[in-house]
Design a protein around this ligand. Structure first.
Ligand code: GLU
Length: 522
């Protein structure tokens, strides 16, 4: 039975490395029909951060990495917060003392500092010199009776090697004498990570310990603990270190690394799990794009690479574009609307086009908004980009790019072009719309016009006819100024498609405005 766990310490919001660990454990459990356990390692009271547990749960929920046992879920092997399991750690410590595998250390902080100073000066490895380990039983009892505080340390072997098999690295060996007699229980009665982690992995029947490479140097201490208690070792698998594209260890410097920041930036969870999985794992072959379900079928420890994984944000952006394009029109509408309503991304919230977009999501019919989003879906890489990409569909008067106006509104044929198009589209206003002409323009735009009969073909015909009528060399000469008049810019979705969506009323209004600008320049 595969039982794996993600065991975060609530010291902050989970970042890429933590989430990769969670993901690999999750995939391992699903692949082998096992259990994925979430355990909160909150024994270091000094490093605890308010709200961190909630951020851990929220990150997992967002990425849909459901856990089978743990906070909110419960389970047979709880509690799942280490702070609620202190008694168990004390019990194991007593047993270790009884077996002679651990000992009481009465050294004061001052003594330890002096010892380290001595080691530094004499260029010795800075580690506990084990002086309390060799104290006589009578001496220990006397110290204890005097009320002297003490810690409990693990008695590491003083010679030989500690070896274990790692599913990723193969055989790993450490020289025992170089490893510190690790503190297991602090003088205040709280366990350290090493004790609590091993005890819980044992009692929660963890079969595989999958975690980041930064923990590999702790593993020999854990192995000694398991052996001292005659417990069976789990399978260890240490996923490789993560580096930025520059080869340096991944850090804040490489951009956002906290999982929930990706959500705020406008990434989809589908893209984030796919991307993170591939930092250090591959299903073999060239395959890169995989849904969570697909990875659940493909995951194996053999696919984890020992060489460093590279975090390349441009790849994540590319993947996000891919997953945005995968959304159906309804999903796209729902996803963008939810993002707009819930994101805390200040840059997005204060961006110039967001207000217009936000109001449009409320005021305009779902069908119109959806079509606008679909037209931009091809190019957009982040959910946060839709606001500025689509704003011109909703603005009363789209902002005009001055350089574009300068270039295209100064063409000598442009007035004739606009006049031609105005005449063309006036004919296209349907009776239904003209009868509504007394309504305000905004009302008209947000109500009936979605029903306009204007087709993409009609719009293409308008441009083709204008090109011929004006004797222009190529159609693009008509397309560019029209695009600037209607959208304010020189790039964007296909002109005929966007015209059909804008509809004749809005087209006419914008062409008139463009014409006025041209006239005012003459
Ligand atoms: N509490 C440790 C962490 O924060 C767990 C490490 C492990 O998986 O053993 O990552």
């Amino acid at each position: 039975m595969v039982r794996v766990r993600y065991a975060p310490s609530p010291t902050g919001s989970p970042h890429v490395g933590n989430i990769r660990t969670a993901l690999y454990n999750y995939l391992m459990a699903r692949r082998y029909k096992g259990k994925f356990i979430l355990r909160i390692e909150d024994t270091d009271q000094t490093r605890k951060v308010e709200g961190a547990v909630e951020e851990i749960l929220e990150s997992l929920r967002w990425l849909k990495l459901d856990w089978d046992e743990g906070p909110e879920k419960g389970g047979e092997y709880g509690p799942y917060f280490q702070s609620q399991r202190l008694e168990l750690y004390h019990k194991v410590c007593q047993e270790l003392l009884r077996r002679g595998a651990a000992y009481k250390c009465f050294c004061t902080p001052e003594e330890l500092e002096k010892m380290r100073e001595y080691q530094r000066i004499n260029k010795l490895p800075t580690m506990y010199d084990r002086r309390c380990r060799w104290k006589k039983q009578s001496e220990i009892e006397k110290l204890e009776q005097s009320g002297m505080p003490y810690v409990i340390r693990l008695a590491m072997p003083t010679e030989g090697t500690i070896a274990f098999e790692d599913a990723v690295r193969g055989l790993v060996e450490y020289e025992a004498s170089l490893i510190d007699d690790q503190i297991l229980l602090k003088s205040d009665g709280w366990p350290t990570y090493h004790l609590a982690n091993v005890v819980d992995d044992h009692y929660q029947k963890i079969s595989h310990v999958i975690r980041g490479d930064e923990w590999i140097s702790s593993t020999p201490k854990h192995v000694v603990l398991y052996r001292a208690m005659d417990w069976e070792l789990p399978v260890f698998a240490h996923a490789p270190i993560i580096k930025g594209p520059d080869g340096a260890k991944l850090s804040k410097r490489h951009g956002d690394v906290a999982c929930l920041e990706f959500r705020e930036k406008g990434y989809l969870p589908q893209a984030v799990v796919n991307f993170i999985a591939l930092i250090g794992w591959s299903p073999g072959g060239e395959r890169e794009l995989m849904t969570l379900r697909e990875m659940e079928e493909l995951f194996s420890l053999e696919g984890i690479q020992p060489s460093p994984g590279i975090f390349d944000i441009t790849k994540l952006q590319w993947m996000n574009g891919h997953y945005i394009r995968q959304l159906s029109p309804q999903e796209l509408y729902r996803t963008v609307k939810e993002y707009d309503a819930t994101t805390k991304n200040q840059e997005y919230l204060s961006s110039p086009k967001r207000k217009i977009f936000h109001e449009a999501l409320e005021k305009f019919p779902e069908e119109y908004v959806t079509k606008a989003l679909v037209l931009e879906q091809e190019r957009v890489k982040l959910l946060s980009e839709f606001a500025s990409a689509c704003a011109f569909f909703f603005e009363e008067e789209p902002e005009l790019d001055p350089a574009a106006v300068e270039k295209w509104f100064s063409q000598e044929y442009v007035l004739k072009l606009f006049d031609f198009l105005i005449a063309y589209f006036e004919k296209k206003i349907t009776r239904e719309e003209t009868t509504q002409a007394d309504k305000t323009l905004t009302e008209l735009k947000t109500s009936s016009e979605v029903k306009t009969s204007l087709t993409v073909e009609d719009c293409e015909k308008a441009i083709t006819e204008a090109t011929e009528k004006l004797g222009l060399e190529k159609r693009s000469l008509a397309i560019h100024p029209t695009r600037v008049a209607l959208t304010g810019r020189t790039y964007g979705p296909g002109l005929f498609e966007l015209m059909a969506l804008l509809g004749p009323t809005r087209i006419l209004e914008r062409l008139h405005r463009a014409k006025e600008i041209v006239l005012s320049k003459q």
